[in-house]
Design a protein around this ligand. Structure first.
Ligand code: SF4
Length: 416
């Protein structure tokens, strides 16, 4: 697919929030160059990315490629658009050629470059490209498995835990994960909710027990900087709000978004933390590393969230590589989630014992910092429940019996 065809697709794309449809007014055109973009404030493309751009986006300027709004405008939104990049599998072709089947898809050009890599391609594809399996509903699957609607006292707020709330600021994401818990939201709403935040902010103002706000969606970092700043300013002005958090996958799928302008803005709102959704070590590219470095240099503590996914990251070696790689780019592994039972997700879900096996394979065998908390977000709205391998083996009258990471037994004196 050539660039003009892609731009044509993008200009007719109704999935993009309005702000991104304004045409690029930049006059300066810089050809895509193999030399680094020194001091430009842009994310430098890796060698692999440069080869991808030259092959699949010939004529694209470096300015365009490094412009996050260009990335959003030129995202792939159908299997037909992706077909020239990757040979579609049988299950993907079934989606493409089944009349009346429309499964939402969105992949940025940058993230699509990982699809063409022979090593990372198959796993990224499984996570991002729709397959016909998604149409099979299995027992226990629900559109809103965490029952967030029941814990939503006002629009865009989920208040489940005593001292913190989830603020769903937008329904838009720059890439759709097939296993997304909020697929019912991101696949349908596709807009920023800024016209409608006031009631949510008012709720937080009235609830003095709330000391922590997690801004999520959708992906909050897909909002224009001024819009996000407006929300952070409103929340920071509430005296009882101690910490602000943002949940995002943008540094992974759209690292160009992490501009100096954004980090300068974010650092005004400390203490501010960011949880980044990582899936596989293939996502640890030079671009993503640079994006995370910029956020960390702005003083923002970074944590990771990873969903355990069948045939994608469900083995100890892959998970160890991911967790150790995250520490190298200053992201602290935080949560490993059991995949939520959303409709058509059976092909992604592993037995819970697999997650325990992975934690057992990490704990003791690598730095404690590289071991995330394995949790199930309880269906129906019970919140996150931690799962820990059986290190505690029972007790005698005077001791508790413990097993260490090597399976050796130890006794610790413990008197009640
Ligand atoms: S980035 Fe997060 S919110 Fe967006 S589709 Fe993926 S899992 Fe869902």
């Amino acid at each position: 697919m050539n660039v003009s065809a892609l731009q044509e697709v993008a200009s007719s794309d109704r999935d993009v929030p309005l702000g991104y449809l304004v045409s690029d007014k930049k006059k300066r055109v810089v050809p895509f160059s193999p030399s680094p973009l020194k001091n430009s404030g842009k994310i430098n493309p890796s060698e692999a990315t440069k080869i991808f751009v030259q092959k699949h986006f010939p004529g694209t300027t470096a300015d365009n490629w490094n412009d996050w709004k260009w990335q959003i405008r030129n995202s792939f939104t159908s299997l037909r658009q992706l077909a020239p990049l990757v040979e579609l599998s049988g299950t993907e072709k079934q989606v493409l050629f089944s009349p009346g089947v429309h499964l939402p898809l969105r992949v940025t050009p940058y993230y699509a470059s990982l699809l063409t890599n022979p090593e990372s391609g198959p796993v990224i594809r499984k996570a991002m490209l729709p397959g016909i399996e998604e149409l099979t509903l299995s027992p226990g699957e629900q559109a809103d498995p965490l029952n967030e609607e029941a814990s939503s006292p006002v629009p865009h707020i989920v208040h489940r835990y005593p001292d913190r709330v989830l603020f769903l600021a937008t329904g838009f994401c720059s890439a759709y994960c097939r296993y997304c818990t909020r697929t019912h939201l991101v696949a349908k709403e596709k807009v920023h909710f800024n016209h409608d935040w006031e009631q949510a902010i008012q709720y937080i103002r009235q609830h003095r027990e709330v000391r922590d706000v997690l801004i999520s969606g959708g992906d909050p970092l897909t909002m224009p900087t001024s819009m996000l700043k407006h929300l952070l300013t409103k929340l920071r002005s509430i005296p009882h709000i101690e910490i602000l958090r943002i949940g995002t996958k943008v540094p992974v799928v759209l690292p160009q978004r992490i501009t100096p302008e954004l980090t300068r803005m974010l650092k005004q709102f400390h203490p501010l933390m960011i949880s980044i959704h990582f899936m596989h070590p293939a996502e640890l590219t030079p671009e993503t590393a640079e994006a995370c470095t910029r956020l960390a240099d702005a003083g923002i503590p970074l944590g990771s969230q990873t969903v355990l996914l069948k045939d994608i990251n469900d083995d100890v070696e892959t998970m160890k590589k991911l967790m150790q790689g995250l520490l190298k780019i200053r992201v602290r592994p935080y949560y490993l989630y059991q995949c939520d039972p959303i409709p058509g997700s059976a092909h992604f879900r592993t037995p819970v014992s697999k997650g325990l096996e992975i934690i057992k394979g990490l704990r003791g065998f690598t730095s404690g910092y590289a071991v995330p908390n394995f949790v199930i977000d309880a269906p129906g709205g019970g919140g996150k429940i931690p799962l820990i391998p059986d290190y505690f083996q029972g007790r005698t009258n005077e001791n508790i019996i413990l097993k260490n990471y090597e399976g050796k037994t130890f006794y610790y004196p413990d008197f009640e």
